[in-house]
Design a protein around this ligand. Structure first.
Ligand code: SF4
Length: 357
């Protein structure tokens, strides 16, 4: 199936996998080798202008113009932090806006991709959750975030993390196609080990990733060491509790022979005690994983607080003493709207204030 835009029934070229391009060539009555030309120009050179793609039959140009469209997210706003982190607010073809974050490190760029506009999962510490879900993003809208970032920074991202707005497993088919496009060695050619899908713990999605042998890594946003706390801050836990999710993380690691990533947002006096760290050690003792500790980025109106630096180090040391591979992620871009969804919320509030004035 070819990916369709929300406001235009014609598919966008940047949302098409190689198989889709082959199908397009068949529909257009041209040789399948033209799919290779399209793939190289669209994904390697970032060229969506059909007329500028050489070596295609004349009739096929007309066919492409009639049957496909462009997806080019427009830049609504941007912020740059002192540490070089960028946050971009991008407007889709239907006027809806999403965020993408770009984190430079040692000359390389990591991009945080959004997979939905809003989110239905309802984690209580998350700003994006407060607005609920508006709609899924198409594959083209995800690929468009990469091209927009490249245009803005002049640099192609080296790492992609699907940890922006949304739960990727709730938009699995579009995400799956996105991963295949991004990792296609003859297209965008990002290394599969540099693409990571992050889930709040959606077990059917993890199962599908294993069945589909999706070429990417998997991260679990765990954020609690016991079900009672996780039920409270991540309602998805009531459906798939910690033991069940970790069992499927283990299966993913075994099937792909790779480490998984465990993300743990540290919330002061909620999940950051020494007892939590000891319980976490027990939970993760047999899972080949790297633990990322993320001190909470508070935002106006949030009911949660960031733990002290001392508490974070104490938590980290307990994990480290149990031989866990643990990293405290520096909060990048703290001097800008660092929480996920914050820039979008602030811009909307400013617009509403300007309208009311
Ligand atoms: Fe959705 Fe992620 Fe926010 Fe949870 S943390 S509500 S999964 S965007």
């Amino acid at each position: 199936m070819i990916d369709f835009q929300a406001t235009d029934s014609r598919p966008a070229l940047i949302g098409m996998s190689y198989d889709d391009l082959l199908a397009l060539c068949a529909q257009g009555g041209v040789k399948s080798s033209h799919a290779d030309t399209l793939r190289a120009h669209i994904f390697r050179y970032g060229n969506q202008d059909v007329q500028a793609i050489p070596e295609l039959p004349q009739d096929f140009y007309r066919f492409l113009n009639e049957h496909t469209t462009r997806m080019h997210p427009a830049l609504s706003a941007s912020q740059q932090a002192e540490d070089g982190t960028f946050k971009l607010l991008l407007r889709m073809n239907d006027g809806k806006e999403i965020e993408t974050v770009l984190i430079p490190s040692k000359g390389r760029l990591t991009q945080c991709i959004s997979t939905q506009i809003g989110c239905a999962v309802g984690c209580t510490f998350c700003l994006t959750a407060t607005g609920g879900l508006t709609r899924n993003l198409s594959t083209a809208e995800m690929v468009g975030q990469i091209f927009a970032a490249q245009e803005y920074t002049g640099q192609k991202p080296r790492n992609l993390v699907l940890m922006g707005m949304g739960e990727p497993m709730h938009n699995y088919d579009a995400v799956c196609r996105f991963v295949r496009i991004a990792s296609d060695p003859k297209g965008m050619a990002l290394a599969p080990k540099r693409i990571t899908i992050s889930t709040a713990g959606h077990v059917p999605g993890i199962k599908r990733m294993i069945e589909d042998d999706l070429p990417c890594n998997l991260a679990l946003s765990l954020n609690a060491s016991e079900d009672a706390t996780r039920n409270r801050i991540m309602p998805i836990n009531r459906r798939w509790p910690i033991a069940e999710v970790l069992e499927w993380m283990q299966r993913f690691a075994t099937a792909g022979k790779k480490r998984v990533l465990i993300e743990y947002v540290l919330l002061a006096d909620v999940n950051d005690s020494d007892a939590d760290a000891h319980r976490l050690n027990l939970l993760l003792r047999d899972l080949p994983c790297t633990i990322n500790l993320l001190p909470f980025n508070d935002f106006p109106g949030s009911a949660f607080k960031r733990p002290s630096a001392q508490r974070v180090l104490s938590f980290r040391d307990i994990l480290g003493r149990a031989s866990q591979v643990v990293v405290v992620r520096q909060s990048r871009g703290r001097d800008i709207s660092a929480a996920c969804g914050q820039l979008r919320t602030e811009i909307r509030q400013k617009r509403m204030a300007a309208t009311a004035a």
